[in-house]
Design a binder for this molecule. Structure first.
Ligand code: CA
Length: 640
């Protein structure tokens, strides 16, 4: 009985997300502030109307300020403002605006149910058996679709990812692009760079669509304005508040229909600015961490950092991810600079998402840009990942080991630096010293940050031929795709993209950021290799055993013979009866310029990969003996 009473009590707690509850007969407003002396909502007949009608809010329980307005308010707009310290603060759309005017300046009153595309009630998350089975592909909506030859009609828009049967023609080849390309590649999850409403792009310019404006319309979008509304620049009409919502849902629906789950890149760690954004206007300073001298702490390197350790910031984050998961059917969240958040918040986010669907993914960057103003031991930093079950962190360990650190131009193991071999091995078994379970280790070598793989190899492997660099590229990605963690690929690497040496392309023009579809023909061998390696991973459970215990029980690194090649890693997964179609798998990674040889145990092996070629059905067979591994390449053997 006591528990029931408590549950009922919790259910009555006002929710931050209920700032505007619309019905055809009345609209209820509710805003939290523990500091306001007065609050009011300003209701506008349209987005540009200068004269609002002012509705005072009444302070109720738990510092929520509420009002109800009779009548059908659909199509109107509102802002909220607070009176404290003897003055009225600036207006904002509120911190939980779900629909907004162009550039997110006002919140819009709409009937959310009317934003659902046809068939939305039948939209389901594609099946996902196990988190380590995941292959995430990260892209930006413009990178993926803006190329003139993408064959896509709605370039740079949510709707671009609803278009099927799009092609590129090149050198006599007809090759799929867009969503069909993702299906062909075989990925399971698409991670899209921020698509909540961000501030760096003027949506009115993006809507004009001239070529010049299009060139100025690129930004990664790590500058949040309205966390709970989609970005207008990705909609076909940013002036219609329902349009961006409907089109974002259409995109997710189409990806789900293609068997692909959708991961949202979320940036709760800072806002576009600390005084102009809703978080800073509705309750000044509360949602941010401050330094001892009262200035804004800056762990994000973007001028401010939010305070997930403050109760209502934590609740905001929990409710926000749940809102996207429920309303938009989002399947996963990638937390930008997760190390700024505290561990307890991440655990509560995990628990709240579990109530919706435990297969919803959570992972992030287990670091900050600068020092957060909070005790390090309590932050969601990579080294504490094991304290946040089922929350993953990007492994800069395996990244730096394979291709070198982004802070220098040194080579990594895959480009000829044997000193990184031990760290590659640690990465292959998902760095158990911090990861807890393998799925908490996001294995990757490149993402939108820093150089793309081709450029990274170009700046470090000076003097090598393109042929050699492509071998290094394949080798590095092979290690990612046979590692026990959750795998992550940066979109376009499979097409040998280059960003022409720009390692921070956050506001570079499309010409730098676009995926060059013509490369699908020119570097088709590379694309095929990636495709086959993804298929090999997905066909062999041995590469994704799933638990730290199984990894410990089945994986070994075979000792090298005396005087053997220090550029060679021999990674073996044994005793796989009942787990995999293969009895054992052997991966030989040769990160050196010379042929390596290694004696493998007596058996008949199917060769899955060798000398820069890969085939899930096998390239041929080999009897036990000395296995030859060509320079900068992987040989993968399966014993059936
Ligand atoms: Ca925007």
């Amino acid at each position: 009985m006591l528990m029931l009473a408590l549950a009922a009590c919790t259910a009555r707690q006002p929710k931050m997300e209920d700032e505007c509850l619309y019905s055809a007969s009345e609209t209820r407003f509710s805003f939290w502030s523990n500091a306001a002396e007065q609050m009011e909502v300003l209701i506008y007949d349209d987005a540009l109307s200068p004269q609002p009608s002012v509705v005072p809010l009444t302070k109720g329980t738990n510092d929520f300020w509420t009002a109800s307005v009779k009548g059908d308010l659909a199509g109107k707009y509102y802002t909220v403002r607070s009176f404290q310290n003897s003055e009225w603060g600036l207006e904002s759309p509120g911190i939980f605006a779900k629909a907004v005017s162009v550039n997110g300046q006002k919140a819009a009153i709409i009937d959310l149910a009317k934003t659902n595309p046809e068939g939305w009630e039948k939209d389901v998350r594609p099946a996902m058996p196990d988190p380590t089975d995941i292959v995430v592909y990260e892209t930006h909506l413009r990178d993926f679709t803006m190329a003139p030859n993408s064959g896509i009609k709605h370039k740079g828009k949510f709707l671009a990812l609803t278009e099927e049967e799009t092609d590129v023609y090149d050198e006599g080849w007809r090759l799929s692009t867009g969503i069909d390309h993702l299906k062909e590649l075989g990925i399971t999850h698409l991670q899209i760079l921020p698509f909540f409403d961000y501030g760096s792009i003027d949506e009115t310019k993006a809507a004009e669509g001239s070529r010049l404006n299009a060139e100025r319309s690129y930004n990664w979008g790590y500058d949040p304005v309205n966390y709970n509304a989609p970005e207008g620049g990705y909609s076909t009409n940013p002036y219609d508040p329902a349009c961006r919502i409907r089109e974002a849902k259409q995109m997710i629906q189409a990806l789900h229909a293609a068997g692909i789950r959708v991961v949202m890149d979320v940036v709760y760690n800072h806002t576009y600015d600390a005084t102009g954004c809703a978080l800073g206007r509705v309750v000044p300073q509360y949602f941010y961490r401050l330094n001892a001298d009262g200035t804004y702490a800056n762990g994000s390197g973007c001028g401010n950092e939010t305070a997930s350790d403050h109760e209502m910031m934590r609740r905001f984050m929990v409710e926000s991810v749940c809102y996207w998961a429920r309303e938009y059917h989002i399947d996963g969240f990638r937390f930008d600079l997760m190390g700024i958040h505290d561990q307890e918040t991440m655990r509560q986010i995990r628990a709240a998402l579990d109530e919706i669907d435990p297969t919803i993914l959570t992972y992030g960057e287990g670091w900050a840009a600068m020092s957060p103003a909070y005790p390090y031991d309590s932050l969601a930093m990579k080294q504490w990942t094991y304290k946040m079950p089922r929350v993953g962190a990007f492994s800069d360990d395996i990244r730096n080991a394979l291709i070198g650190s982004p802070f220098d131009h040194e080579r990594g193991f895959a480009s000829g630096n044997p000193s990184s071999a031990k760290d590659v091995m640690r990465g292959l078994i998902a760095c158990p010293e911090w990861s807890g379970e393998p799925m908490q280790h996001v294995s990757y070598i490149t993402c939108h940050d820093n150089y793309c793989l081709r450029d990274r190899i170009d700046v470090s492997a000076i003097g090598e031929t393109e042929e050699t660099k492509i071998r290094m590229n394949k080798l590095a990605q092979t290690a990612v795709l046979v590692s026990q963690g959750m795998t992550f690929l940066y979109g376009g690497e499979e097409l040998y993209r280059t960003k022409r040496g720009i390692d921070n392309s956050y506001q570079s023009p499309d010409s730098i950021n676009i995926i060059p579809w013509e490369n699908k023909a020119k570097y088709n061998d590379l694309f095929e290799y990636y495709r086959q390696m993804i298929a090999i991973r997905r066909a062999h459970k041995g590469f994704r055993l799933g638990t730290a215990e199984l990894v410990q029980g089945h994986v070994e690194f075979m000792p090298l013979m005396e005087n053997d090649n220090e550029n060679l890693i021999v990674y073996r997964i044994n005793n796989l009866e009942g787990i995999d179609s293969a009895k054992s798998l052997i991966v030989l990674l040769n990160g050196g310029a010379k042929i390596a040889e290694f004696p493998v145990p007596e058996a008949v092996y199917t060769i899955l990969a060798h000398d820069g070629q890969a085939d899930v059905n096998g390239l041929g067979q080999v009897e036990a003996g000395w296995i030859v591994v060509e320079p900068y390449s992987a040989t993968i053997l399966a014993e059936y």
